[in-house]
Design a protein around this ligand. Structure first.
Ligand SMILES: CC(C)(COP(=O)(O)OP(=O)(O)OC[C@H]1O[C@@H](n2cnc3c(N)ncnc32)[C@H](O)[C@@H]1OP(=O)(O)O)[C@@H](O)C(=O)NCCC(=O)NCCS
Length: 165
């Protein structure tokens, strides 16, 4: 099953996927703060990213929700893209929202001419790594000591790639 077939697989939670713009900066910043990352994104930083023509952002809106329960953002360069971040609000996890959000985002990237997608995930982030593998990403390398931890230690980044095609 490739990434497109996975996208077409029925999801448990009916949800709308919509493009995000700078008006969603506060929602994105609030979601990012819930992602458990060492450094959170400020609303101004999110607004700048969402206004950047090379950055694509999508949000997932479960049911009739008017505010996103999760977002994904990527940066495009020529026919490649890098996933910058993906977060689903803790109360909405394990409902298939990240799979449908990322699957739709990948489909839109493919439609805009992107052939390869890259990302980095912290070694030990089982949920994210499984999500990415679920959508067809494969490990292509490791960067030792890439992510700083609150206790002063450092953890490796797993570099992953997906070919769209
Ligand atoms: C990673 C994250 C986005 C997944 O969101 P989600 O909506 O819960 O994921 P889904 O329900 O769509 O799950 C899709 C697949 O991912 C994997 N997965 C998701 N959460 C998992 C978990 N806690 N443990 C194991 N596998 C998990 C499974 O393979 C799952 O498929 P399955 O339900 O058929 O087994 C979410 O846990 C999150 O926001 N984490 C914090 C932020 C983060 O780490 N982002 C990634 C940074 S690189």
């Amino acid at each position: 099953m490739n990434w497109l077939q996975r996208l077409l697989h029925p999801t448990a939670t009916p949800a709308r996927i919509a493009h995000l713009d700078a008006r969603h900066a506060r929602d994105v910043a609030a979601l990012h703060q819930q992602g458990g990352f060492a450094r959170g994104w400020e609303p101004g930083e999110c607004a700048a990213l969402l206004a950047d023509a090379s950055v694509a952002g999508d949000g997932v809106f479960p049911g009739q929700a008017s505010r996103p329960a999760g977002f994904v953002m990527s940066r495009k360069a020529a026919d490649e893209a890098e996933i910058l971040s993906i977060v689903i609000a803790p109360g909405h996890r394990r409902s298939g929202l990240a799979a449908i959000l990322l699957g739709t985002h990948l489909s839109r990237l493919a439609g805009s001419g992107v052939a390869q997608v890259f990302l980095e995930v912290e070694d030990g982030n089982v949920a994210a790594e499984r999500l990415y593998r679920h959508l067809g990403f494969r490990e292509v390398g490791r960067r030792k000591g890439y992510y700083p931890k609150p206790d002063g230690s450092r953890v490796a980044a797993i570099a992953m790639r997906l070919d769209l095609g």
